[in-house]
Design a protein around this ligand. Structure first.
Ligand code: BGC
Length: 771
């Protein structure tokens, strides 16, 4: 036990076919029997529980050092023995988890097992690309696979609950947590949410290698004003329903077992105590049957939001529909008093307790509290060569080629490379944000990857060239909680720079590995300036003067402002933060062993002043199309309206051409299906993959609609010279939107069907669709 409590925390192709083969009525009947059994079990158990034991189930604690807050729970061992804790997070490892589970199962009166959670966000031990990177793969099979592997590794280490997926829509790159989501599109966000949940939860959460997903942060957290972390969110209901809520709803439809409330307010009421959100929307409108946990001390934070003292806000949260209280122990310390004073009811406590017990039942923990605890799996299933190899493959699918003039890339496996930049010979920053159990020491640096892939034919002239930043106060912020996240080379900046220039002078090509280090994005990492830091930019400027081919390998947890880089570099490969196999995957792409096909899922602005900037904006009454006089049109005096790189953008080593859009009909009625087809040809020299995207515009409606909305996509592979027809079947369901009465329906009229390589480069055809 001691060993465990002294530990300091530093830092799932699924057998769905099985389900699909069963006729629907059989599935429904099975679910009913399961539910009946579960209800009988939970009723029996609850009939024996005291009110203290019931409140105990609502208490989630963390042990060790805090990861994201200043409060850490005390006296956990005693509390578990008393039945005052329902779940624990922040520990992993079969032995550790077993020790703690023993306390609950052997020492408590009713032997109720604990649920064990962790922030398994983009992999557990084998780390995959950060979620924003994963989303850029547009490959649901690979995304699902990453979650499946994460679940297998997490369960091998005793865990059964992961705080993922994060499905918050983000249109503001200043917000550091944009790195943790799937970007700006509500429909696409829902696709990724489903893939992740299927990967984590598998065909049954009872399986030894499945975990329960926890969808976060409910809701609208990505809408924080000015991109400042934990800031106020205020938006119209139409915008919520149309643009921000769909991925959460998709997660409910995909069967997610749990939800996490967000830190922000919604219509002035903190999400954690917001009855409209937690009960009316989530349960009554969407039919969610799982449990809701608060975010870290979010119940207590309702005090700072100005909603009352701890007793008041705890009662408010319970009544609103919150079931479990993370870390703050407001439920544990005040609900009994509130019950005595008539401020909450026994039914409300019972309901929350029932939902937590049901989750444990669905996970099979009552049948076997140790179901995934098997020390032999730690060596068999964790960070295996197979998992690493899948991570390498998934990583390279996440990279986005932002620029490649005159076919600078791919590089040849001969000659000399100046490998420069603070992220070139670096293992820590390969993993990105949120890698609680990931070990950076096991990651592959870019330098190592190039050696592995290019072999002895390539001479590497390495120089660090610049520190991540020379700004000491910024470095102090990055090294939070006293951790050494950024290592600064004490040499003067000029000296570092000269080393890079010298390396470049004796090389054929320059590969500069630059951008954001691990702690520059993620939670509590908002930035007002989203340029590459000055020290690194100075290095790029000096290198560009040499007139040699300059390739930027970009690490970033968010879209960055890259106007200078786009003008001066010959090639830019965006690798996000690729995870454990970073260097190998990057080298695979740099040397052309894999042809990049990723597409960005969040718009890259030209300047911070354009933010919020997103492709699915409204037209306004005075739209500016970039041509003709601009006065009294919706634009800026000093910058264009266009982003640097639009949503859905990404290049390939080959080129693709699109035919015009062919429609099977141009006049439709009611529930007919429209088929839109394009022919895509590979007009370049390399085999490659292309994400063919379908957008629809609804130019006349009862409310002003977005200029276009993504409705579908297909990822295809083409050999040089090959062409393929790509068809999309479109039904009226895809024309629906929320009107002023928040009714989700479609309106008859004209629709413009657009198909193309990104949101800004499409071919279009229009149809008339009557009701
Ligand atoms: C974050 C959540 C996370 C939780 C537990 C919070 O600060 O907002 O995303 O799951 O901490 O670590």
């Amino acid at each position: 036990m001691k060993k465990y409590f002294s530990r300091r925390i530093i830092n799932k192709v699924i057998p769905l076919c099985f389900v699909a083969l069963l006729p629907f009525n059989k599935i429904a009947a099975q679910t009913k029997t399961e539910d009946t059994k579960m209800n009988a079990f939970v009723n029996g158990l609850m009939s024996k529980m005291t009110i203290d034991e019931k409140i105990g189930q609502l208490n989630l604690v963390t042990i060790g050092a805090a990861t994201t807050g200043s409060v850490v729970n005390k006296g956990v061992e005693d509390k578990i023995k008393k039945g005052a804790i329902g779940g624990v997070f922040g520990i992993w490892g079969a032995d550790h988890v077993k020790e703690v589970q023993d306390l609950a199962v052997k020492s408590t009166r009713l032997h109720i097992p604990l649920i064990f959670g962790l922030d398994v966000i983009h992999g557990h031990r084998t780390i995959f690309p950060i979620p924003l990177g994963l989303s850029a793969s547009w490959d649901m099979g690979l995304i699902r696979r990453s979650a499946q592997i994460a679940a297998k590794e997490a369960t091998a280490e005793g865990l059964n609950w992961v705080y993922s997926p994060m499905v918050d829509i983000a249109r503001d790159a200043r917000w550091g947590r944009i790195s943790e989501g799937s970007g700006e599109d509500p429909w696409y966000g829902g696709q990724v949410a489903r893939a992740m949940i299927e990967g984590y939860q598998g065909s049954s959460m009872k399986n030894a290698d499945a975990v329960m997903a926890c969808v976060k942060h409910f809701a609208l957290y990505g809408g924080a004003e000015a991109g400042r972390e934990y800031n106020t969110v205020d938006m119209s209901r139409i915008k919520m329903y149309q643009d921000y809520l769909p991925p959460y709803k998709a997660a409910v439809d995909a069967g997610a077992g749990s939800f996490m409330s967000s830190f922000n307010t919604i219509d002035g009421v903190p999400a954690t105590g917001n009855q409209w959100l937690l009960t009316d929307v989530l349960r009554k409108q969407w039919g969610f049957k799982g449990f809701v946990v608060s975010d870290y001390t979010a119940v207590n934070e309702m005090e700072a939001h100005g909603l009352g003292d701890l007793q008041t806000v705890s009662a408010l949260a319970l009544k609103a529909g919150l079931d479990m209280d993370m870390v703050g122990e407001g439920f544990l310390t005040t609900l009994k008093k509130s019950l005595a004073e008539g401020k909450v009811t026994k039914q409300e406590i019972d309901q929350a307790c029932r939902r937590v017990l049901e989750a444990k039942y669905k996970l099979g923990l009552f049948a076997n509290p140790y179901k995934s605890i098997d020390a032999t799996r730690e060596s068999k299933d964790v960070l295996t060569p197979e998992n690493r190899s899948e991570a390498r493959n998934i990583s390279k699918h996440s990279f986005v080629l932002l620029k490649n003039s005159a076919q600078t890339l791919p590089l040849k496996k001969t000659g000399s490379i100046a490998l420069v930049g603070p992220l070139a010979n670096n293992q820590r920053d390969m993993l990105g944000t949120w890698v609680v159990a990931g070990e950076w020491e096991k990651s592959i640096s870019v330098m190592q990857g190039i050696k592995n892939v290019a072999g002895s034919g390539v001479t590497i002239n390495y120089a660090k060239g610049a520190n991540i930043t020379e700004d000491s106060s910024f470095i102090n912020r990055l090294n939070f909680f006293g951790q050494q996240m950024v290592t600064v080379d004490p040499k003067p900046a000029d000296e570092l720079l000269k080393e890079a220039v010298d390396a470049a002078k004796k090389s054929d090509v320059i590969v500069a590995v630059v951008g954001e280090s691990q702690s520059m994005s993620g939670e509590s990492s908002s930035r007002s300036d989203i340029d590459i830091p000055e020290s690194q930019k100075n290095m790029l400027k000096e290198l560009a003067k040499l007139g040699k081919p300059l390739v930027i390998v970009l690490f970033n947890g968010r879209p960055l402002t890259l106007t200078w880089e786009d003008e001066h570099a010959n090639a830019i490969l965006d690798v996000w933060a690729p995870g454990t196999e970073a260097g190998n995957a990057i080298a695979d792409v740099l040397f052309g062993d894999y042809n990049p096909a990723g597409k960005i899922t969040a718009t890259f602005p030209r300047s911070v002043g354009q933010i919020p900037i997103y492709y699915n904006h409204k037209n306004t009454g005075r739209p500016y199309d970039g041509k003709g006089p601009s006065k009294f049109k919706s634009n800026y005096l000093d910058i264009s309206n266009d982003p640097l790189y639009p949503f859905g953008y990404g290049l390939s080593y080959t080129t693709f051409s699109y035919s015009d859009v062919k429609l099977n009909k141009t006049k439709l009625k009611g529930n007919e299906t429209l088929t839109a087809t394009v022919t895509v040809s590979n007009t370049g020299k390399y085999a490659g993959e292309e994400v063919v995207q379908l957008y629809i515009s609804d130019p006349v409606a009862s409310i002003s609609r977005s200029v276009k909305e993504l409705k579908s996509f297909k990822k295809i592979s083409l050999q040089p010279g090959e062409q393929k027809e790509v068809s999309f079947n479109i039904t009226p369901d895809q024309l629906k939107f929320y009107n002023s009465q928040l009714k989700y329906d479609w309106e008859p009229g004209k629709f413009i069907i657009q198909i193309g390589t990104n949101s800004n480069d499409t071919h279009s055809a229009s149809v008339e669709w009557g009701k």
